[in-house]
Every structure is written in C-alpha cells, then in structure tokens.
Design a binder for this molecule. Structure first.
Ligand code: 48F
Length: 257
C-alpha cells in the first residue's frame, strides 16, 4: 500500500480537532507541564477526572530536564523518593536523606504515566488570560505560543474548567493574571502575589507543600508557583517539593465537593 500525504494530513487534523473539541470543557485544567503539573495531571486523570494540561513550550518537563545548571541529575529527599518510586523512576542514595535520579528518566517517565492515565497534554499552547464570570474564575483563555512569540494580533480560544491549577513555576502566570485583571483577592497575606524570595532549600521545600492550596475559589497553586505566590524562598534543583506539591494539589481537588 502506498502512503498518501492527504490521508496523513487529514488523520492529524481530524484527531487533533476532536481532542481539542472534547477538552474545551474539562474537570481540571492544569497550566504548566513542569514536575508539579505533570504529577497533578497523573493523579487527577488516574482518579477519573477529565484533565487537560497546557504547556507553552514544545517540550513538557519545565525545569526538570536540566537538573541543576544543566547537569541533568535531580536530587530528592526521602518523601520525594517515594513519589519517584510510585512512578517507577529509579533513584540512587547519595547519602542519608538525599537521593539522585536521572532528570531525563524522571521527566519522560512521569509524563508518560500521566498521558497513559488519561491526561491530555496540549503543548505549544500558552494561557494568556482566564474566563471570569460573577467574580469567579471559570476557565482559561488560550492561544498558540508562536502567536504570542510573534506578537500576532490573533484572538484566543477558551477552555471551561471546574478547577484550575497554576503550575507555571517561578512566573506564577495564571495567578498574576487573576490578581491583575480579575478583581479577585487571593488568600495570601497581601491578597495578591507575594513574590519569590532568595534561596533556602530546606525551608522552601516545606513551604512549597504548605503553600499548595486553593488560592481563590476553584484555582489551586502548585509547585514553585505556590511558593512564589505566597512569598516563599526558592529551593534550586531539589525536586521532592515539586512532586509532592503536584500530588497534594490533585488530592485537594479530588477531596473538594
Ligand atoms: O518551571 P517548572 O518546571 O515549574 P514547577 O513544576 O517546577 C519548578 C522546578 O522546575 C524548578 C524549581 C525547583 O525544583 O524551582 O524551577 O513548579 O514548569 C513550569 C512550566 O509552565 C510553563 C513553562 O513553559 C514550564 O514548562 N508555563 C509557564 N507559563 C505558562 C506555561 C503559560 N502561561 N501557559 C502555558 N504554560
């Protein structure tokens, strides 16, 4: 049988359009495909929630691919290792309480498990706004990342979601939009974004988990975005807090009404 270019083209268009159309309404929309977002996507999809993850870049994995300073190894503590074990990511003890894992194995395995659990990943799509009705966030406003990069004047499309996770990392992009444009008070000390503080790995790892919360109705902060929103320090290339934060965000959503 000879292959036909038009059939290949139609197969891609049909399948993608169906997927995007199906996921225009979801239970949970996750913004950012770093470690926190991917882990949350896995646990939500596994529990039967219709889950879409939007990632600006072509590649999923956020800051985990590069380990620390492009040395592609990550460090996790005891609790973080348990999450890696759950996914089947191999790790090695470095010394008491410190484990290392291959960053590429960690990203690719967690991503693969999330997709196999049923989460749909939409890469090359940036979240540029939120839907707000009657004072509450109801969904996301999305556009192709190349449209944003080229500064093209192209209107976006919208995704309705019962719950949203901001796992956009240091930039807290969704929460910043909400604080700036939606007249919604975040449940932080200032009511807005507190901003990330300088490095303190131990404190940051604890605080990341504490700061993983519903930050305004229906919107959850996870990963580094949670710490930055609540004014916590950064932690550098120790990733246990990110993995545990993604898990906690999923658990909070699953236990909410
Ligand atoms: O930065 P990132 O990996 O976030 P994380 O899961 O993990 C943080 C760590 O990587 C590291 C750290 C400590 O361990 O401090 O930095 O909290 O992944 C965030 C992802 O969100 C995407 C971005 O491209 C990245 O892959 N992203 C950011 N803004 C948007 C977005 C947006 N507006 N729309 C879509 N994706």
């Amino acid at each position: 049988m000879s292959l036909n270019e038009v059939v290949i083209t139609r197969a891609i268009i049909d399948r993608f359009m169906q997927k995007l159309s199906d996921y225009a309404e979801v239970d949970t929309a996750i913004v950012g495909g770093g470690p926190a977002g991917l882990v949350a996507a896995y646990f939500l999809a596994k529990a039967g929630k219709k889950t879409a993850l939007f990632e600006r870049k072509l590649s999923i994995g956020g800051g985990m691919w590069g380990g620390g300073m492009m040395f592609n190894e990550i460090v996790v503590q005891e609790e973080g290792k348990e999450v890696l074990d759950h996914f089947g990511v191999s790790s090695m003890k470095y010394q008491e309480g410190y484990y290392t894992a291959d960053a590429v194995e960690a990203v690719s395995t967690i991503c693969s498990r999330a997709v196999q659990a049923g989460a749909k990943v939409f890469n090359c799509i940036s979240v540029e706004d939120v839907i707000v009705k009657e004072g509450a966030v109801r969904g996301l406003v999305v556009n192709w990342s190349p449209v944003e990069m080229a500064g093209l004047h192209v209107d976006p499309l919208s995704i309705e979601a019962k719950a949203i996770i901001d796992s956009t990392g240091h930039d807290t992009e969704v929460l910043s939009l909400i604080a700036r444009k939606a007249d919604i008070t975040l449940n932080t000390e200032s009511g807005g974004i507190m901003g990330e503080r300088s490095m303190w790995a131990d404190k940051a790892e604890q605080l990341t988990l504490e700061h993983t919360r519903e930050i305004c109705p229906g919107v959850y902060a996870a990963g580094m975005a949670a710490n930055a929103a609540y004014g916590g320090p950064r932690m550098g290339p120790i990733f246990g807090g990110m993995l545990l934060s993604g898990k906690k965000a999923a658990e909070l959503i699953l236990s909410s009404k």
